[in-house]
Design a protein around this ligand. Structure first.
Ligand code: TXA
Ligand code: MG
Length: 316
């Protein structure tokens, strides 16, 4: 695919060099990952981390995920325990984020963690971001590369839409394979899913023989999680069907017509495919000028839990 904007780069030796240089200088870059695109900066640098919050317009109370190439590097900053290694062996690198206790010798900037004594860490599998992490001697703080509370980006173009030329480098890694953010699991107490993702609690249960609660409430562990999020900026409605042509209908499965205002997440009724299409479809509906979005029933199992979670929060 051709890059039509001067700050979107294909991944090659030249752009890699430029990216590494920028990150070492405390600048930010837009990077592809297997889940969604991230806004990356040096997690040890206050200067870089401040820029992330500012550019995203993110509330300071919402902590960031720190990305590493492997557990050996993370070992310096967090306390890795038995439960962590069980899941690491099975799912990493990949779309899962662990909340762990920060170690006393950790170099992670306190802004990253919103002054909490815990850190969210992730090991992305995307080839481009892995190559970059290998060449750095610091981890990357990397939230999704969108303005706070908006829809997460699944292409370099999406990142450009939110930040325009304010971001000097966006690496084009094509469409994000998974298309929704990583599963977040808190391992600081009884293991608990804080944000559902493609890796479901059922899959995790097979490796961690501990009761998992997917209930998000009781005590909000991560401040940013209950607020409005993933919003395309138009009302989202779970009951009923569209009655006007300027209402869009997000549907799932075979039974639907090909009406112009119908957007099918997966004609094959495949939940993984639906997750991968979700954000692209939300952006498309917004761009086409629809005034409301109605949602068809999407099954509450596997990736369907994550899809329903994102849509519910987008509707707030
Ligand atoms: O797939 C992903 O995780 C993407 C890619 C770019 O890696 N990143 C991402 O970051 O989704 P972000 O900032 O959009 O979401 C991070 C989530 C937030 O809901 C935040 O509240 C939570 O992780 N979080 C971060 N640190 C935490 C902590 N110490 N305790 C609890 N929750 C935390
Ligand atoms: Mg986000």
């Amino acid at each position: 695919m051709k890059n039509i904007y001067s700050n979107i780069y294909s991944f090659n030796t030249k752009s890699l060099k430029k990216t590494i240089k920028s990150l070492k200088q405390g600048k930010l870059v837009g990077l592809p990952t297997e889940t969604v695109y991230g806004l990356a900066g040096n997690a040890y640098s206050g200067k870089a981390v401040k820029k992330i919050f500012k550019l995203k317009k993110r509330p300071k109370i919402n902590p960031l995920i720190v990305h590493y190439n492997n557990y050996k590097e993370a070992n310096k900053d967090v306390i890795l325990d038995k439960n962590f290694f069980k899941l690491y062996k099975k799912f990493c690198p990949g779309p899962i984020t662990f909340i762990l206790k920060k170690s006393t010798k950790s170099k992670i900037n306190s802004l990253v963690t919103a002054n909490l004594d815990t850190v969210a860490i992730r090991f992305p599998s995307n080839r481009i971001v892995k190559t970059i992490l290998k060449l750095l001697n610091f981890p990357l703080a990397m939230p999704s590369a969108n303005i706070a509370s908006g829809v997460s980006p699944v292409s370099a173009q999406d990142v450009f839409e939110d930040f325009k030329k304010k971001l000097k480098i966006i690496i084009n890694g094509g469409k994000s394979k998974i298309g929704i953010e990583s599963t977040v699991i808190d391992l600081t107490g009884k293991p608990k899913i804080l944000r559902p993702g493609i890796i479901s609690s059922n899959e995790i249960k097979d490796f961690l023989k501990i009761t998992l609660s997917s209930k998000r409430n009781s005590k909000i562990k991560s401040p940013g999680m209950m607020k409005k999020h993933y919003s395309p900026g138009i009302p989202i409605i779970f009951k009923g069907k569209p009655s006007k042509l300027n209402h869009a209908y997000i549907v799932f499965g075979r039974k639907h017509k090909n009406n112009q205002n119908y957007f099918n997440l997966s004609k094959k009724a495949n939940l993984r495919e639906a997750a991968a299409n979700l954000y692209k479809i939300l952006r498309k509906i917004k761009k086409k000028g629809y005034k409301k979005i109605f949602i068809d029933k999407i099954p509450y199992r596997g990736p369907g839990l994550a899809i329903n979670d994102r849509l519910l929060r987008a509707s707030k």
